[in-house]
Each structure stands twice: as structure tokens, then as C-alpha cells.
Design a binder for this molecule. Sequence first.
Ligand SMILES: Cc1cc2nc3c(=O)[nH]c(=O)nc-3n(C[C@H](O)[C@H](O)[C@H](O)COP(=O)(O)OP(=O)(O)OC[C@H]3O[C@@H](n4cnc5c(N)ncnc54)[C@H](O)[C@@H]3O)c2cc1C
Length: 369
Amino acid sequence: MKVAVIGGGIIGLACAAELMRAGHDVRLFDPAPASGATHAAAGMLSPAGEAWHGDEDLLRLGVESARLWPEYAAWLEATSGHDVDYRRHGTLLVGQDHDDLQVVRRTLDVLAKHGIAFEELSRRELRQCEPTLSARAGGGASLPDDHSVNPRKVAAALLALLDRRIQRCRATPSTASASVDGVLTDDGRTISADAVLVATGYALPDQVPQRRYVRPVRGEILRAHLSSGEGLTRTVRAIVHGEPVYVVPRAGGEVVIGATSEEHGGEPVPTIGGIGRLLDAARTLVPSLDRAEILDVVARNRPGTPDNGPLLGPGGIDGLYLAAGHYRSGILLAPITARILREHIESRGGSCPTSSADPFSPGRFDRRN
Ligand SMILES: Cc1cc2nc3c(=O)[nH]c(=O)nc-3n(C[C@H](O)[C@H](O)[C@H](O)COP(=O)(O)OP(=O)(O)OC[C@H]3O[C@@H](n4cnc5c(N)ncnc54)[C@H](O)[C@@H]3O)c2cc1C
């Protein structure tokens, strides 16, 4: 099939690569690929750490995608020649004070209900796992199956794979009578396609009926560098006196400290208030961060939806498909999203064998209204 993909963040790139791998004729359109939320993301593959009451369908989808990641990372590295810094060190969930620990326990209740592995840790056990954690960190749990990857490296690998299939321009779906038959580019070209996949993050084009259900949620984050021996060996997600924060170690002494979350209508810019709160919480959790050198500070919009779940599948117009609204989990969900969208497109809008996708049909909000 001839498939046009609009948007080259991690989701559009992963879908385009999957379709190309399956033998389809793919073109991807983006004026600045991998410059949106993908550029900011910490890269936690953390379905257990994100688990929350009421989000059980999302937890199931996340666990399924996390299981695809080891093979996906190996395939990406082998075919692109790029390292993606996939790390299997697990994650610590930490509560700093008594109230913070209650929040951690609520996540553990969800994990216990769904049979997801974790091990509760006392203050002493936490410090045995990660000696650089503050002696005042109250307690928490180890999440052995929550890993991480470097999203900028994943995007670079996918960009290398897709190479000349990428066109650096904006595009919108072009409609003929009641169906989508290709894309219109902002340099005035019309390109026909059997299927058009929209993966434009938080900004869906006007032609997409579900546009109003995806909104920008600003996230601020920073990267820093620590000398060897002073850093963490695994991701730490914590609540520090009510403030959520995470510290994700990467290759070469790099750490990522994130992230704020704010509903807003303006440009996603880093603010003194947001970054200040993150730094206060991170330094309380890991005092050695005081000596870290700041590398960059970034803010981007996450694509939020009313139920925090993505929109995956046919977009309500013949020939149109959506992979959008991945909110806090687009890196985690990239491999399963690519598979689900390939299945939908190959069945030409029919059913998709991956049943964990059923709760995430793009039409679900219209049906509820
Ligand atoms: C601070 C922060 C930390 C995060 N940490 C994590 C994490 O640890 N783990 C995790 O799983 N997720 C994380 N996320 C969420 C994750 O980054 C997003 O869910 C994911 O990047 C969404 O990918 P996307 O491809 O849909 O959107 P984006 O990455 O935003 O890409 C959208 C692309 O569409 C392009 N585009 C827009 N309109 C058009 C058009 N008309 N024509 C052509 N191209 C267009 C843009 O140029 C852009 O490249 C984080 C997000 C933020 C902001």
C-alpha cells in the first residue's frame, strides 16, 4: 500500500518504519522531525511507575509495549547501526516523607491487583540499592521491569532507517468526497496515498474530526552531567514533599531530571518556577546533583487526552488513521502503536488483532457524548 505519514515524532517515525519493514511504500512529512515532545522526553519505559487507579487499560497497553522493547531496541540498533541506550536496570519508586509514601503505596496497590512485579524497600534497603540517595528518603519499592531508553537516540536511529522517505515540509490530509486520498503539502504539492496516518502529537490538523480531544500539556525537563561514581545506576521516580520528580541516568554520566506538568495555552517555554521546583526536589532526593553541570533545559507539549490514553486506529473518515494523544507515554508506547497502526492500515480500517488496542479507538469520546 502507499501510505503517507504526517508527523515525524517518535510515533510517526515508529509507524513509518514498521510499515516500511512490512513492505509498504511509505512517505513521511515533517518540517522538523523529532523536535516535538520526543526531543524533551526522559525515555522511561515505565508502565508500573505510571500506574494509577482508573488507568488500567493504559497499564495493560504499556506492559505489552514494554515487553516489545528489548527486541525492538535490538532490531533498531542492528538495522540502523545506531546505539539507542536501552537500559535494563529497573526503577526505584521512592516516597520522601510519610505523606509521599502513601502516594507510592497507592501505586503499589494497583500493581498488586494486576500481578505486576515489585518489591517493597525500607529506607535502609533503598540506600543499599542506590547509595547516592538521600539518607532521608523514607522508603519505596523496586520495579524490576521498568527500564529506559534515550529517545533522541531512538529518533536518530529511526530517521536513519527512513532516510529519503522523509520530506521536510508540513502536510495536511487531502479529502475527496467522503474519504482521504492523500496529503497536501505546504509547498503546494498533492501526493496521493491509499492511507494517511496522522501522528502530529498535540496539534492535530483541522481536517481530523477528533482534533478537539487532544490538548497541549507543558512539560519542563533538564539534562545534566555528573562525574563517574556520583550518579545513579537506575531510574528513580519519587514524590518529594508532594512534588513528583524523576532522575534518569544515561550513558556517559548524563542524567535527566523531570518533569513538570502544566495545562496551558501558550508556548512551551522553560520557566524559573518549574525548573526551580524540579531542582529543589531532585537535590533533596539525590544530594550529589549539587555538583552536576547543566547541559540543557527544555520544554515541550505532551499530547494530552480526556482519559490519558492515546487515539489509535481509523480516524472517522475513510483512508484516515490516527496515532496521537500519547500524553506521558509515547516513548513507552511506540512499538505497540506501530504494530497496531500497521494492523489497522493493512485491514483497511477493519479489525486489529491486538486486543489491548480496543479501549483506545479514536471514536470513543464521541460515543460517550
Ligand atoms: C518533559 C517530557 C518528558 C517525557 N518523558 C517521557 C518518558 O519518560 N517516557 C515516555 O514514554 N514518554 C515521555 N514523554 C511523552 C512523550 O514525549 C510523548 O508522548 C511523545 O513524544 C509523543 O510523540 P508524538 O510523535 O506523538 O509527538 P511529538 O514528539 O510531539 O511529534 C509530533 C511531530 O509532528 C510534527 N508536526 C506537527 N504538525 C505537523 C504537520 N501539519 N505536518 C507535518 N508535521 C507536523 C512536529 O514537527 C513534530 O515533529 C515526555 C514528554 C515530555 C514533554
